[in-house]
Write a protein that binds this ligand. Structure first.
Ligand code: NAG
Length: 247
């Protein structure tokens, strides 16, 4: 069946809540994911834009291309995004680096680098995460973990506290209803038999497998049934390394 891809900016978790299927996700131990970044558009837009992202260098955050906003503010070191703590560092984004061929009609190459105005100070609550190397093609079957401040209920604007859930990498056949699904560029994530453990992450958030960044939350179906599509980081390593080197 042909279904349009739906960017996971806000809708996925919203529909899931309507289906009464929350979740298998649990609140993260505060600051146990020190690379997590909370992204919001500034000044606030009519349609609120919040996304996840993750710190890969002291002055670079990785996120999804469809999270591009006019101007983005990044909060690092946060757990409850509504409750300011001493661990917070808020940093302005000074430059967006979308991938060379981003195609938002099919949400392909959904990856973006953000250069921060200052370098984040690394603390216990804040650090970078290693990314999968170019030839580390992670196979289906592995269990990985995603975290985010995504919506947990249709009436709620989003989860205040960081949530996380474990998800299985699926065979590409489980994602053939996404047109087009490209196994080289994307990951098919979340068992269709495990609706209760579907992810609660925001777009742009990281998928970590054994502590290594392998995926970026990209899009799902409008009826919110897993699996969902993540961008496969290893494919983009040459581009990421080039941008980091030149900036
Ligand atoms: C990092 O620490 C320095 C020195 O304490 C401070 O001036 C700077 O504002 C800090 N950077 C951020 C992003 O909080």
């Amino acid at each position: 069946m042909h279904r349009l891809p739906l960017p996971l900016l806000l809708f996925l978790l919203c529909s899931r809540a309507q289906a009464g299927e929350i979740t298998g996700g649990t609140e993260s131990k505060p600051h146990s994911h020190p690379y997590m970044a909370h992204l919001e558009a500034v000044p606030p837009q009519d349609k609120p834009m919040t996304c996840g992202g993750f710190l890969i260098r002291r002055d670079f955050v990785l996120t999804a291309a469809h999270c591009a906003g006019r101007s983005i503010m990044v909060t690092l070191g946060a757990h409850n995004i509504k409750k300011k703590e001493d661990t917070w560092q808020k940093l302005e984004v000074i430059k967006h680096f979308p991938p060379p061929k981003y195609d938002d009609s099919i949400v392909r190459h959904d990856i973006m680098l953000l250069k921060l105005k200052e370098r984040a100070n690394l603390t216990l609550a804040m650090g970078t995460v290693p990314l999968a190397p170019q030839f580390n093609f992670i196979p289906p079957g592995r269990m990985c973990r995603v975290a985010g401040w995504g919506r947990t209920n249709v009436e709620e604007p989003g989860s205040n506290t960081l949530q996380e859930v474990k998800l299985r990498l699926m065979e590409p056949q489980a994602c053939t209803h996404f047109t087009p699904f490209d196994h080289k560029l994307q990951l098919c994530v979340g068992s269709p038999h495990m609706t209760k453990s579907a992810f609660k992450g925001d777009s742009g958030g990281p998928l970590l497998c054994a502590g290594v960044g392998q995926g970026i939350v990209s899009h799902g179906q409008s009826d919110a049934k897993p699996p969902a599509i993540f961008t496969r980081i290893s494919h983009y390593r040459p581009w990421i390394d080039k941008v980091l080197k030149e900036n």
